[in-house]
Design a protein around this ligand. Structure first.
Ligand code: ADP
Length: 407
């Protein structure tokens, strides 16, 4: 069983081709700047000892052309890994927003496409492109089952007190305004990995997982289920991110629109693209650059790091309260997996919660999953590289199995 995993964005397509026999990635790559003269097609065939890299810069008209190029690379010449496209068992798609309609992955049919379409308004920057990938695969790979895996699905277990905003109930009924949460596949993966590293059952664990990347969020996971998460109606709420503000007083945009006559469009851009680490530091949105400048003493870079870390700590404390305890803390994604410094800051002075980092373990932890807490620490702290693609492929496999059992 070989599964193609797609993450289709507005002008990009990230993909992996995974052999589910041993869950090995056979091919991974990216098509970027789709629609531009200098689009980039990257394709790596993973083989022990000698990976084959294809890198082309050329005009790629649209997503259909991008997927056609990928199918050609998979089936023809030195880059090929299969003889023809019938060897693609299924395609698993990352779909960002499943609203309240989807609490698990599903096999795509016309009704599912309609339902994804209905969630467009909830994620206008993501869902239309995700669905475009589904439509194109239907055309280019006829008969190949497609599975939709939703970022929001994992959080559908949140209790109503965690997902309701205290605004008139009517807005929930009319516009589905509530908290949804994102990064679900990542949380599903790391929570299960953490339990297996602790040699414990998920049902016995209270986990806080911090997905700290360009987009950042944090989730409370009790008995394997999401009970609260920091992103809300959109991925703007919660932690400080690369360019997103995270939590702010909702009066601020209103005030700015009033005193500075800033338009609605500008406000959206300010909160989504000009805030966060970027807006505070004035250095950029990349945490590595900001840490470098902070290290040289740059005041605003230091402030940005401090605000970022403070918000993470605040949520860890809140989620420990929500779950009445904490057994395990996980750091994942670009910053969480790669920055011992940020992890150390996030865990400092948290001994009242039973969190104690082992400095050496923390410094050494890169790559595969690592325990970074001390022997004395009551809470086990891990760095776990996330693997959303594998979750999507596993979900696809599960659904295909059921389909063959029941049909
Ligand atoms: P996304 O998938 O949300 O785009 P990633 O999970 O790839 O983001 O994370 C990107 C972030 O990780 C960037 O801010 C980058 O600076 C940060 N990052 C990567 N490596 C390191 C590192 N060694 N130290 C600090 N930050 C890092």
């Amino acid at each position: 069983m070989k599964i193609l995993v797609f993450n289709c964005g507005s002008s990009s397509l990230k993909y992996q081709f995974i052999d589910m026999k041993d869950e090995k990635v056979i091919v991974r790559g990216l098509v970027d700047r789709i629609g531009m003269e200098d689009a980039l097609f990257r394709y790596s065939k993973i083989e022990t000892g000698k990976d084959t890299e294809v890198k082309k810069v050329q005009f790629i008209k649209d997503h259909e052309e991008a997927i056609n190029l990928l199918i050609d690379a998979l089936t023809k010449g030195d880059s090929s890994v299969i003889r023809n496209k019938s060897e693609i068992t299924a395609v698993g798609h990352r779909i960002v927003h499943g609203g309240e309609k989807f609490s698990r992955a599903v096999l795509v049919d016309d009704k599912v496409k309609e339902d994804i379409n209905e969630c467009f308004e909830l994620a206008p920057l993501h869902n239309p492109h995700n669905l475009k990938g589904v439509e194109i695969c239907g055309k280019l790979l006829p008969g190949v089952p497609q599975i939709a895996v939703f970022d929001t699905a994992f959080h559908q277990t949140m209790p109503s007190e965690a997902y309701f905003y205290a605004i008139p109930y009517y807005f929930y009924e009319k516009y589905n305004i509530r908290r949804y949460g994102f990064h679900g596949s990542s949380y599903y993966y790391v929570s299960r990995e953490a339990a297996s590293m602790m040699k414990k059952k998920l049902k016995d664990l209270k986990i806080v997982a911090c997905h700290l990347g360009n987009g950042a969020s944090i989730t409370a996971i009790k008995k394997g289920k999401s009970v609260d998460t920091s992103m809300g109606f959109t991925p703007l709420e919660g932690l400080v991110m690369g360019t997103r503000s995270g939590d702010i007083d909702p009066s601020i945009p209103l005030y700015l629109m009033d005193v500075d006559e800033i338009s609605l469009g500008e406000i959206k851009s300010i909160l989504n693209r000009q805030s966060g680490i970027y807006g505070l530091s004035g250095v950029g949105s990349d945490m590595r650059d900001v840490l470098k400048e902070a290290g040289k003493g740059d005041r605003r870079a230091r402030l940005a790091v401090a605000v970022f870390v403070y918000r993470v700590k605040k949520y860890i404390g809140a989620y420990a309260a929500v779950m009445n305890g904490l057994d395990c803390l996980v750091f994942t994604a670009g910053i969480g997996e790669n920055s011992p410094y940020i992890r150390d800051l996030c865990c400092r002075n948290m001994d009242y919660l039973g969190i104690e980092i082992d400095k050496k373990r923390n410094e050494k932890a890169v790559g595969t999953g690592n325990l970074i807490s001390s022997e004395k620490s009551k809470v086990s702290v891990f760095t776990i590289p996330t693997n959303e693609e594998l979750v999507i492929a596993r979900e696809a496999k599960k659904i295909l199995r059921k389909k063959t059992v029941f049909s």
